[in-house]
Design a protein around this ligand. Structure first.
Ligand SMILES: *[C@@H]1O[C@H](CO)[C@@H](O)[C@H](O)[C@H]1NC(C)=O
Length: 336
């Protein structure tokens, strides 16, 4: 035993530093921990949605936010109509108190909000700002009856993406500057089936892994829950008890060949046409769910949903029973 240990130590310096780069679990959000570690933001929706973001007390009282030891659910109100003078349909927007720079984010998501007028997003933005300083990264986003996820960056000027990248998804726009194209940002539409909306939920959701480094930029992988190729370190969180991580097999993580090709890649390294340090700083993470507004509203007439978007939101509470996030776990790993 002693000899073996000594041998390992003596070999260690021969392993190149890059091959040893790894990320260690920093924060693990499961069930009730969202209530302590995230802020419920009751602001006016900056994207002009027909939404009334409620505070934590109201969200708990109305069961719009709900947790068990192993689940966290946040949903739209699906029982009240909305009055003309009201701000909009009750819903929830939360942001993490902690901010993260270089990191690996693994989200095990059982269900995402779906349906006409909905615009859910899991994204991150600079804690310092003001927006778009420090950048915005959208990991999960779509509107109305979409079935494919869109990931994008929104930045200050001089940040563009190449048309050709080693990714499965398809670029929808290449200029990340929030001041051009009406803040369209630079997007990539996922190619794998069941990455968003009704088909995502029909499969019992899936896993998103986001790797954000200065060297390689932002890379996003997605696996539907029933795919045989979900890497075990993605499927199985590190063990924890009473809020303390026990370590074990999966407390470290790094993308390997077994992860396959990312759905979306946003190069931000030394040779990229978008420089990491001048466009990105530590980000808070956000889950939200708005209705209509700048994107879902403007896309509504061609979405396959009938009538007027705001009227639909106001008058059809039961249409929002599938407008909810159900999170199994969200893990953040940072460089070590
Ligand atoms: C609150 O919401 C959860 C998740 O949707 C559900 O399982 C639970 O039954 C609800 N509780 C009440 C009191 O309605």
């Amino acid at each position: 035993m002693r000899t073996g240990y000594a041998l390992l130590l003596s070999l260690a310096p021969l392993i190149p530093v890059s091959a040893r780069a790894h990320f260690t679990i920093k924060d693990s959000y499961v069930g009730h921990s969202f209530f302590d570690a995230w802020n419920w933001e009751s602001l006016d929706d900056p994207t002009h949605g027909r939404v009334n973001y409620v505070d934590q007390g109201f969200a708990i009282a109305q069961n719009l936010s709900y947790a068990t030891d192993s689940k966290f659910v946040m949903r739209a109100d699906d029982f009240n109509t909305v009055g003309q003078g009201d701000r909009g349909r009750n819903s929830v927007r939360i942001s993490s108190k902690n901010a993260y720079d270089e990191s690996i984010i693994v989200l095990d998501l059982q269900h995402m909000p779906e349906g006409c007028s909905t615009w859910p997003a899991f994204w991150s933005l600079s804690q310092r700002g003001p927006w778009p300083h420090g950048g915005e990264i959208d990991y999960i986003e779509g509107v109305n009856l979409a079935t494919q996820n869109l990931a994008s960056l929104h930045t200050t000027p001089q940040c563009t993406m190449p048309q050709t990248r080693l990714q499965s998804g398809n670029p929808t726009s290449l200029d990340c500057d929030a001041n051009v194209n009406y803040n369209q940002g630079c997007g990539v539409s996922f190619a794998k089936p069941a990455s968003y909306g009704t088909p995502f939920n029909a499969e019992g959701g899936g896993f998103f892994a986001i790797v954000r480094t200065k060297r390689d930029g932002v890379r996003i992988w997605f696996w539907s829950r029933n795919e045989a190729t979900v890497p075990p370190e993605i499927r199985n969180p590190p063990s924890s008890q009473g809020g303390f991580l026990l370590g074990g097999g999966n407390d470290e993580i790094y993308p390997t060949d077994s992860w396959g090709t990312p759905e979306a890649v946003f190069p931000l390294g030394k040779d990229a046409s978008c420089d990491y340090d001048s466009h990105f700083d530590p980000h808070a993470l956000v889950f939200d769910l708005t209705f209509c507004g700048d994107w879902a509203g403007s896309a509504y007439p061609t979405s396959g949903c009938g009538g007027n978007c705001n009227d639909f939101v106001d008058n059809n509470p039961s249409a929002f029973s599938d407008a909810y996030w159900e999170i199994n776990s969200l893990r953040i790993y940072t460089p070590s």
